[in-house]
Each structure stands twice: as structure tokens, then as C-alpha cells.
Write a new protein. Structure first.
Length: 292
């Protein structure tokens, strides 16, 4: 029982966890004029910016500006990505939710001194609060994506229900890092800005706003980096069901990767991350009161 003490605590305190999540959502949205619509507006603004910028970039590669010997990479991108907004949403929405959960969990323990100093407060639910809040926002934005796809005639049918296991897979991937960084930030308060900088780098290293073959065609060795990047697999899985509709193999990295292999890889990475995050959190938990 000692090995799963933290999990038992979270399950037993699920009502308290839900009350904290609702309080967090009220704090964010109820006091503002637009309320819950900010959940939609902020990702929508980013989507509009990315769609506008990258549509211009790909437009530069029109046939009139290319040598007669063949089309350039921008033309090829336009040819292969038939509807760029859908392609972008399938990667950007899960990434935004992942960033929200990770950064929220990183700051939540250090910022909850009043709760932690209560003798009987279950500290293990604090990072989970940030994770659940992020996934509620993800569920809302994915449902809106489904409505958008239905309106434009790109709805993938029953494959859209795959967002449920994909969100579960995303949860498995980030829950360990959330507990790890929530713990480290209690003792080293610079972790938040450092993590933001690292995740910004990983955002551009992950093929979210561009296809991976733009890099792998020029630098063959990058396909192994994309293959090792778990976030690349997660984004590719979302696209496989919601955009490509060919959920057999992932060919985006320049290497044919079976879908099942990507799932197993993400589960293994998530399991290792969870063991490390849980170990660091539980070993450091007695010292939180002194640090916050």
C-alpha cells in the first residue's frame, strides 16, 4: 500500500480536487466580462497569427517564383497540406493544453503556502489540480475544433472519438513531469522561466507549425531527433486521426513508424517520467512546509 499511497490519497480526495479545479476556473473566468470565452479567444488569436504568418511563408513559394527545374519546398508544402488551419489545430491545441498543465503545475505548490501549512491538507492533489484544469480547457477546445471541422466539411467521422484515448495518452506523458517540476520549483524558483524557455525551444523542434520533412529532406540526421521527441509522436497521432485519417503508420519523420510503436513509446516515456516525478515529489513533500 505504501507504493500507491499518493494515488490512494488523490482518489480519496477527488471531491476536494474537483472543488479546487472549479475554484480555479471561477477565478479565471467568472470575474471577467468574457468569462469562459477567454478559453476560446486566446488559442484562437494564436491560431489566426500562425495561420496568417505561415500561409504567407508558403505563398512565397508560388510557381512564378520557382525555378523551371522544379517546385520549391513551399509549393510542396502547399500541395501536401491541403487545409493548413486543420493541420495546425491538430498540433497547436494539444500543445497549448500541455503547456498550461505543465507550467500551472510547476507554480502551484510554491504558490499554495496557505493550504500546505494546514496539517491535514493532501498536497498530492495540487499538481493534479493544474493538470485537470488544463485538460478541461483542452476538451473544450477540441470540441470546438470538431464543430469547426464539421462546418468546413472536414469532420473525420467516428475517428474524432479518438481524442479520448489520445488525451489519456497525453495525460500519461505529462503527469510525471508535472509532479517533478512542481517539486523542484519549491526549492529553486527559477524553474518556471527556465522551463518556459525550454518548452519554447521544444515547440519549434516539434513539427507543429511545419511538416517534419522540411528539415529531414535537408538534414537526414534530424529524422532521428524527431523520432526520439515524444511530443512529435503525440502531435503526429492527433493528426493521424483528425487530419490524415490514415491511422496505420506515421511517416512524417522520414522513417515509417507504426502507430502502435508510437503509442508504446509514449506510454513507456510517460511511465518512466511518472516514477521519477512521483519519487521526487513524495521524498520532498515533508520539506514543503519549510520552503513555502
Amino acid at each position: 500500500m505504501r507504493l500507491i499511497r499518493m494515488e490512494i490519497q488523490i482518489v480519496r480526495q477527488r471531491r476536494l480536487l474537483w472543488e479546487l479545479v472549479k475554484r480555479d476556473l471561477r477565478t479565471r473566468y467568472i470575474g471577467s466580462i468574457m468569462g469562459l470565452f477567454w478559453t476560446i479567444i486566446n488559442p484562437l488569436i494564436m491560431l489566426i497569427i500562425y495561420i496568417f504568418v505561415f500561409s504567407l511563408i508558403f505563398q512565397f513559394g508560388s510557381e512564378s517564383s520557382q525555378p523551371a527545374s522544379g517546385a520549391g519546398p513551399a509549393v510542396e508544402v502547399k500541395r501536401q497540406i491541403h487545409y493548413f488551419p486543420t493541420y495546425l489545430c491538430c498540433g497547436l491545441l494539444p500543445w497549448n493544453a500541455m503547456m498550461e498543465s505543465l507550467l500551472g503545475a510547476t507554480m502551484i505548490v510554491a504558490g499554495s503556502g496557505g493550504l500546505i501549512k494546514r496539517a491535514v491538507f493532501p498536497m498530492a492533489i495540487l499538481p493534479m489540480q493544474a493538470i485537470v484544469t488544463g485538460f478541461i480547457n483542452l476538451a473544450i477546445t477540441m470540441l470546438l475544433l470538431g464543430v469547426f471541422l464539421l462546418v468546413i466539411g472536414q469532420f473525420p467521422g467516428w475517428a474524432f472519438l479518438m481524442i479520448i484515448p489520445l488525451m489519456l495518452l497525453q495525460f500519461i506523458l505529462i503527469v510525471g513531469p508535472c509532479y517533478f517540476f512542481a517539486t523542484v520549483n519549491v526549492f529553486f524558483r527559477d524553474i518556471g522561466p527556465i522551463l518556459t524557455a525550454v518548452m519554447t525551444f521544444l515547440f519549434w523542434f516539434t513539427p507543429i507549425v511545419y511538416p517534419a520533412w522540411l528539415a529531414t529532406d535537408r538534414f537526414v540526421w534530424t529524422k532521428y531527433l524527431y523520432l526520439a521527441n515524444p511530443f512529435s509522436h503525440l502531435v503526429a497521432l492527433y493528426r493521424a486521426f483528425l487530419y490524415d485519417r490514415t491511422p496505420n503508420t506515421l511517416d512524417e519523420f522520414g522513417i515509417s513508424c507504426p502507430l502502435a510503436a508510437s503509442v508504446v513509446y509514449l506510454v513507456c516515456i510517460g511511465a518512466v517520467g511518472y516514477v521519477i516525478g512521483k519519487y521526487v515529489f513524495t521524498r520532498s513533500q515533508p520539506h514543503f512546509v519549510d520552503e513555502v
